[in-house]
Design a protein around this ligand. Structure first.
Ligand SMILES: Nc1ncnc2c1ncn2[C@@H]1O[C@H](COP(=O)(O)OP(=O)(O)OP(=O)(O)O)[C@@H](O)[C@H]1O
Length: 462
């Protein structure tokens, strides 16, 4: 690693450890740094001045001259910050990768482990870009990707990996980086090629960095001697483990990207966003990205003739996306915090806007009335709307301690009678008993609709 980055990384690390509330403790003299880093003072001064010129350090004039980090490394790290989750589920992994890369010594070998579609290739690309920016690999060094998937069943290809295609790839990766994808797919007897690859990477005439990726389900297959040389293993979380806030960021990012592609705004209903946050994505982010992209192209083709915004409906997605509603109940609190049900979401290439919709024009009801909405979709939509209704009224009912005995304080008697009659006859027809909560919610909801939200006792409802 270039000495310059060793110095910068060291100061950044010390600044993190020192008391950040006391700026006087975040500064360093050349003497102090020279003794810690074991670099001659004259060489160190030259490096420090270069870092000041590059705007990475600030020089504080005086005796002795002091230096401090201009921007913390984390703050000016625009490469990893492009990843969704850089300050959340990926924060520790990114910090570990940076520390490993910047630590003096020979080039590290990094193993990225995670289920399919969790972002291994994208992270490998960011490692390449970061390494290039920090001078760890050559300015002209290329990123070469070898996917074991394509030669796992082809013995000749595996054997020739270092002779034909492989040789050409190694040549191309000289002074750059090789990303060896899906290494767990290499048959056991050929695993030693990974070991050879790692050995070759450090030879002066090759000098490339090695990043490997593997599916975490097959980790045991990797525990062969061939992989003893790995410097660091990074586990990428599956989409379920990233949490809904990050998933929302991913969904929003995808719609913005699609809007950029078609150069039009994309309009999404809140119910669609809910399903996208909740459905089971077997192939993680990759599947989410693909499902959103195909729905957008489907909607775009339907709207080809007009110049207005492209509306992407739940119907444009496959049925398994719509089934996301099934999980609404267990995640309703978090979903309600993230998605506003009375708004339509407009995505353009560089902005997201929310526009209020009236209850009467709610997209859900429009959908229910549409001829081509299937019965399954209708029942899913209704079930979801019902769950939303219950959870939004429940807070109010709990707060006001409303029950069957005191409900007449809040609801006109005619409405109470109508709801009672309706539930009694439904109960007989459907042969089921409705809980008290259903009676209270229906009464409140009906009052709210009839009075157009003007009754004092219910006007604060959602
Ligand atoms: N942190 C992230 N932020 C934004 N987009 C991401 C992130 N991680 C992955 N993606 C996107 O998800 C998709 C899948 O990512 P990627 O191809 O890197 O996954 P993978 O783990 O290599 O997949 P596979 O195992 O199938 O090869 C890509 O479109 C990528 O841009």
């Amino acid at each position: 690693m270039k000495k310059k980055y060793e110095v910068l990384f060291y100061i950044d690390k010390l600044s993190t450890k020192k008391d950040q509330n006391d700026p006087s403790k975040m500064v360093f003299s050349t003497k102090e740094l020279a003794s810690h880093l074991n670099i001659q003072r004259s060489n160190l001064s030259a490096i420090l001045n270069e870092l000041v010129r590059e705007n990475k350090l600030e020089k504080i004039a005086g005796r002795p001259v002091l230096y401090k980090i201009h921007n913390k490394l984390d703050e000016d790290d625009s490469i990893f910050n492009q990843l969704i989750g850089f300050n959340g589920s990926l924060a520790k992994s990114i910090q570990d990768i940076k520390s490993t890369l910047l630590y003096p010594g020979k080039k590290p070998v990094i193993l990225l482990s995670g289920e399919s579609g969790t972002g291994k290739s994208l992270l490998a690309k960011k490692i390449y870009e970061f390494s290039k920016e920090k001078g760890l690999i050559n300015e002209n060094g290329q990123l070469v990707k070898l996917n074991c998937k394509y030669f796992m069943n082809d013995e000749t290809m595996i054997k020739n990996l270092f002779i034909d295609y492989g040789k050409a790839a190694l040549e191309k990766a000289k002074n750059g980086m090789i990303y060896f994808d899906n290494v767990h797919l290499i048959p056991e007897k050929y695993k030693s090629i990974i070991y050879d690859l790692i050995e070759m990477s450090s030879l002066k005439e090759n000098n490339f960095m090695v990043v490997l990726s593997s599916d975490c389900f097959n980790e045991n297959d990797l525990k062969s001697n061939a992989l003893d040389n790995i410097s660091i293993k990074i586990d990428l979380p599956s989409l379920d483990k990233r949490g809904l806030v990050e998933r929302m960021e991913l969904v929003q990012g995808c719609f913005k990207k699609e809007a950029r592609k078609i150069d039009k705004s994309i309009v999404i209903e809140p119910e669609t966003l809910e399903c996208l946050l909740l459905y089971h994505c077997k192939n993680n982010i990759k599947q989410l990205v693909n499902d959103i992209s195909s729905a957008c192209s489907h909607a775009f083709l339907k709207n080809l003739d007009n110049n207005s915004n492209v509306y992407v409906y739940l119907d444009d997605f496959p049925i398994y996306v719509k089934k996301g509603f099934i999980f609404y109940k267990e995640k309703s609190t978090e979903i309600n915090r993230l998605i506003s049900h009375d708004f339509l979401y407009y995505y353009s290439k560089d902005s997201i806007e929310k526009i209020k919709i009236k209850e009467s024009t709610s997209a859900v009801y429009e959908h229910l009335e549409k001829q081509d909405t299937s019965l399954v979709d209708k029942s899913l939509l209704l079930k979801n709307k019902y769950n939303q209704l219950i959870s939004s009224y429940r807070q109010y009912i709990d707060k006001e301690k409303i029950n069957e005995l005191n409900i007449s304080k809040y609801i006109p008697q005619e409405i109470i009678d109508i709801v009672k009659e309706f539930l009694d006859s439904s109960s007989q027809k459907l042969k089921r008993v409705f809980p008290q909560e259903v009676f209270i919610v229906l009464s409140l909801h009906l009052t709210k609709i009839i009075n157009n939200k003007q009754i004092d006792s219910v006007k604060n409802l959602v």
